[in-house]
Design a protein around this ligand. Structure first.
Ligand code: ADP
Ligand code: AMP
Length: 215
């Protein structure tokens, strides 16, 4: 099961990816998480990526393409993977296709989540993430049981630096210009399943699962 979750920032890709990893026992490969980890660790990759991320811009293609190529070679991706936040440009999508072809694999499905711009801003401003396990919450739509603490591991919840309103607007523009063309790209490849991401989390979850089980 080699999958992509496609959609603008805040569409619910990470939320659904976490459910799918449990359901199918395959890893979530989230380039944003990998890059934030590198920034946190202060590695050369992190130093290169930080300025782009803080500005709401995409990290250069060659950097993220390299990260994903390495990641997909790891043992835990053998039975499948859920790409979340990659690809974000046509160049990344082309590179993914050729990397998979070299491995004798190809994508099974691209699930695209559609959400209105106003709802995206509301979701991103209210998003909180666990520092320890990475689980996502929302102050209104998916609040933690104890304020500021993760339900799963008790870790501290934080607000991402790029989830502030000016950066969010920039990220949405970048999505429209550089990533939205992938919807037609994967539609033409007959891999696309478009779902209404405006519905409640469990409803979207059911629809994602039934789209994937539809064969
Ligand atoms: P993405 O990974 O696409 O950027 P997330 O999965 O992190 O998006 O979701 C963004 C925010 O919106 C999170 O705070 C999450 O709890 C919330 N969220 C996700 N899906 C829904 C939904 N269907 N309805 C309402 N809020 C949602
Ligand atoms: P995300 O966690 O998916 O919202 O990504 C956060 C930030 O990481 C983005 O705004 C980009 O700066 C960077 N990023 C994540 N994935 C990619 C990608 N596939 N291509 C380029 N930049 C990326």
């Amino acid at each position: 099961m080699d999958l992509i979750l496609l959609g603008p920032p805040g569409a619910g890709k990470g939320t659904q990816a976490k459910m799918l990893t449990e359901h199918f026992g395959i890893p979530q490969v989230a380039t944003g998480d990998i890059l934030r980890g590198a920034v946190q660790a202060g590695s050369a990759l992190g130093l290169k990526a930080k300025g782009f991320m803080d500005a709401g811009l995409l990290v250069p293609d060659e950097v993220v393409i390299g990260i994903v190529r390495e990641r997909l070679l790891q043992e835990d991706c053998r039975a499948g993977f859920i790409l979340d936040g990659f690809p974000r440009t046509v160049a990344q999508a082309d590179a993914l296709q050729s990397n998979l072809a070299e491995l004798g694999r190809r994508l099974d499905r691209v699930v695209s989540l559609t959400v209105d711009a106003d709802a995206l801003v509301e979701r991103l401003t209210g998003r909180r993430t666990c520092r320890s396990c990475g689980r996502g919450f929302h102050l209104t739509f998916d609040p933690p049981m104890v304020a500021g603490r993760c339900d799963a591991c008790g870790g501290e919840l934080y607000q991402r630096d790029d989830d502030r309103e000016e950066t969010i607007r920039k990220r949405l523009t970048v999505y429209a210009q550089q990533t939205a063309p992938l919807i037609d790209y994967y539609r033409s490849a007959k891999l696309l399943v478009e779902l209404d991401g405006m519905q409640a989390i469990p409803v979207v979850q059911e629809q994602v699962l039934s789209a994937l089980q539809a064969g």
